[in-house]
Design a protein around this ligand. Structure first.
Ligand code: 5GP
Ligand code: MN
Length: 325
């Protein structure tokens, strides 16, 4: 692994840079891509900020979002490719994972997943960082540059979303010190929180209603799950992005250790989100199904029959809990 100073030096000598995050971008992925992209642009670099999927509408307020290009990687010769918040090549999405092995660019990996396995010329992975946004904060300081207000808003968004509004145990004194600095720069934290958490379309609550009606808990009371099918989305008028956060309702029941959401992404193909309180490492649980993530938040994608998938995954969760009082 490299030091942040190596990565700062590599970026300083780069000219034409592609910065990208992961499929179905979240606040950390988008906030980090934009924060680093804007900073590099301010240094006079030619920068392209991109990713395979569009940004969810709640992030419309992010400064610089108009520069974010969704879809296949843009044509062009980049001397440097920076990959953020992406633990495995598959999560880069169509067209982007190929860039890793194309060998034409210097690849820089910045990540906070303990299981991070993307390889590049430069690699900096800090599982103690609550969000990649924290790493970008440190990188900008390492480069001796100013964190502008626009960049600060992007970094704050990355951190507030990936820490579950500072609730998860990934939130450290260091996280809060960085956030305090971002507020001193001028981030209107309460206004940003309203944009992210309190301007939802009504369809989100119709979806919530529908998802809660599928809530199921194991007889021991420690595993709870919900299901959202394409039909549910159609009937409620909700979009895929509106499923964000639903899994927390399953986890937030007293006594529940593992909460899960089974979401149909296309016919016969299901995305499973796992969240845990303390006892279970859901990164390992998701890995049983070729997924991954963090100890308390992870995911995977499985094809097959929904009921069979549920049986398998719930059994695996119960097995992971075995021996835990
Ligand atoms: P979510 O449930 O919010 O989609 O994902 C939670 C976390 O799990 C993500 O931040 C990411 O780290 C990880 N994750 C989600 N889906 C996958 C997947 O298919 N593969 C891997 N390796 N990680 C995933
Ligand atoms: Mn992240």
């Amino acid at each position: 692994m490299n030091k942040l100073a190596d990565i700062a030096a590599a970026l300083k000598s780069a000219d034409n840079i592609l910065v990208c995050g992961h499929v179905m971008p979240d606040g950390d992925s988008l906030g980090s891509v934009l924060a680093l992209g804007i900073t590099l642009e301010n240094m006079g670099k030619k920068v392209t900020m991109a990713g395979p999927d569009p940004a969810p509408a709640i992030y419309d307020f992010l400064p610089g979002l108009e520069k974010y290009r969704a879809g296949l990687p843009p044509d062009g010769v980049f001397d440097t490719l920076v990959i953020l918040d992406c633990s495995v090549p598959d999560r880069l999405g169509d067209g982007y994972s190929e860039l890793l092995s194309a060998g034409k660019t210097d690849v820089i990996i910045l990540d906070h997943h303990a299981s991070s396995s993307c390889l590049g010329k430069y690699r900096y992975v800090d599982p103690a960082a609550s969000a990649v946004g924290e790493i970008i904060y440190d990188l900008i300081i390492e480069m001796g540059l100013e964190i502008t207000l626009d960049v600060a808003v992007c970094l704050y968004t990355a951190i507030v979303t990936d820490t579950g509004s500072f609730q998860y145990d990934s939130t450290t004194p260091g996280t809060l010190r960085r956030v305090a600095k971002l507020m001193e720069i001028g981030v209107p934290a309460a206004q940003v929180n309203i944009r992210i958490y309190e301007e939802k379309p009504q369809a989100v609550y119709k979806l919530l209603c529908s998802a809660l009606s599928t809530l199921n808990t194991s007889p021991c009371g420690k595993v709870s799950w919900m299901t959202v099918t394409r039909e549910t989305l159609k009937n409620t008028g909700a979009e895929d992005e509106h499923t964000e956060g639903l899994v927390n309702y399953a986890k937030s029941i007293r006594g529940v250790e593992v909460g899960m959401l089974f979401r149909e992404i296309e016919e016969g193909c299901y995305k499973i989100s796992f969240r845990s309180k303390d006892a279970v490492d859901v990164n390992r649980l998701a890995a049983l199904f070729n997924g991954g993530g963090h100890p308390h938040a992870s995911g995977c994608t499985v094809r097959g029959n929904l009921e069979e998938i549920k049986d398998k995954v719930v059994s695996a969760a119960l097995l992971a809990l075995k021996g835990i009082k």
